[in-house]
Design a protein around this ligand. Sequence first.
Ligand code: F6P
Length: 472
Amino acid sequence: MARLVIVSNRISLPREQNRAGGLAVAVRDVLRRHGGIWFGWSGDVVAETSAAPSIRMQGRVAYATFDLGTVDHAEYYNGFANSTLWPLFHYRLGLVEFRRRDFDGYLRVNTRIAQCLAPLIKPEDLIWIHDYHLIPLGAELRKLGISNRIGFFLHTPFPGIGVFEALPRHEMLLQALCAYDVIGFQTDTDLRSFRHCITTLADGALLEGDQLSAFGRIARASAFPIGIDTDAFVAMAAAAAGAEDTIRLKDSLAGRHLIIGVDRLDYSKGIPQRFAAFAQLLADWPEHRSRATLMQIAPTSRGEVAQYRALRRELEGAAGRINSKFAEFDWTPIRYLTKGFRRHTLAGFFRLARIGLVTPMRDGMNLVAKEYVAAQDPADPGVLVLSRFAGAARELTSALVVNPLDVDEISEALHAALAMPHDERLARWNEMMSIVRKNTVQAWHEAFLAALAGASVAGANHSPNRLIRALP
Ligand code: F6P
């Protein structure tokens, strides 16, 4: 296979691998198998954005990182990526902030990344760019004469047209997406939204199969639902069952059922409604008091963005109120932790939990849902309560699927899950597990890379001048 060059804003350096999130874990798996370059932000903020990457080899992977300057960090990362695109792509129009300065910063950083990356590219390389931070990167590379096959995968949802067109300059993002040879989405819903935008807002046309044409180019757009390394996670959870942390957690529960939620502290995750639903459960079914504990692990995230700070305050208040209302001298209803845990520790916690509570308002996929399923004891599996607005709900239809806005529905699902007979738990889990075993992270990247390798060579199907002229 051709050499692989993967670009993502956040990368997982070897020393941080135990703490990586979904995107980073998936990309790490691809590179472990294929080798190649992983290019991205070091996570460091300095006075000026790097002019060239710093490169370090680890096995068959070259980690190429750049530092972000303070202004770029504010405008590109905290600004357009996380105060504009993130809420927009998660259907939270009311939270979207748009500033031209941030948009310019976003384009400027993508231009800089292209300039840093281009000298590393060899003619046969396959280039795979990830997520909303880097939508313009493909077009920027094309401007520098890179005619390799370039693919893009969006880990978040792609919103419906009514939401997408609210974004000032949205047509530039569509045009930038069309600079790729393959554009990948998590679900058919996201794909449909994108195709609708292409035909309606960009005067594009849908061609045979997964092809579409717009802005003088032909690209392929498909859904590639992401998965986990299922065998590895199953083994990790089985091993973690006897680990010290798992045993300490089990002892601390003193025979109570554990309900677990694990999410970045993000308003897209529906955590306030989750807390409210647990409180509702305790109010409506007093038999669960002192019998079930909700443990919410929510490592703080994007703490410089106002909405994230507000959410943190809101959750601290909510957990305090619920605990003060229901707690007993030997039972705290909600354990709320804002620190992160290693993956194998989480695997053990998932296995212990009777309920995996995954109720985002919107989520591209949500790999916690798949990890929870994979971590279960096959002889005595727990129940997944899953938002219908997580991409994972398209596959895990045997979960108890809920609308995350409906607090009563979530509390009813919690009650049903706590009372669910063993046979039903087993049947639901077996159905979900067969899907988690089939749609793995390996299947995801093999499908995407096969589509990319099979795409016609970039230079052959587009008129670069037309594309480049219209971009700033
Ligand atoms: O997959 C969603 C995602 O936004 C990734 O792009 C990102 O790296 C991850 O969540 C964590 O967010 P952040 O990099 O802002 O900490």
